[in-house]
Design a protein around this ligand. Structure first.
Ligand SMILES: [Zn+2]
Length: 125
């Protein structure tokens, strides 16, 4: 519980926090007034699992994709994306209970130098 200012009650009130997924896939906590029940504000939530905000798994957590379509996440991790996103993907792949190599056939010349694949599985594949 946190205290926030409710403009309807015109005072500091306790806020009820619930999880919301925005249309762009990002997770936020929504704070509502415990007294009048009305919306106060959104609070960005860094503790929640990272969610993909684009592509075919938009709205899914990294963890979910790591379990369900590991090769997609590895492929994505090797694309030209933001470092923060790369870090989230690396964490999801590392923490995933699924560890085996995905069944993908990629010509060796298409594997980038020091790819996420190599980092996870070494050179041979
Ligand atoms: Zn209120």
């Amino acid at each position: 519980m946190i205290n926030l200012f409710c403009r309807y009650c015109n005072k500091e009130v306790e806020a009820v926090i619930t999880d919301k997924v925005f249309e762009n896939g990002t997770l936020h906590k929504q704070a509502d007034c415990v007294e009048c029940g009305l919306y106060i504000k959104y609070i960005a939530d860094e503790t929640k699992p990272a969610v993909l905000y684009f592509g075919k798994y938009k709205g899914k957590t990294m963890e979910w994709v790591a379990e369900s379509d590991r090769d997609y996440l590895i492929w994505l991790g090797d694309q030209d994306i933001k470092n923060r996103l790369k870090e989230q993907i690396r964490n999801a792949l590392t923490n995933s209970t699924v560890k085996e190599k995905p069944q993908i056939i990629m010509p060796a010349e298409e594997v980038p130098q020091k790819s996420l694949w190599q980092e996870l599985y070494g050179e041979g594949k």
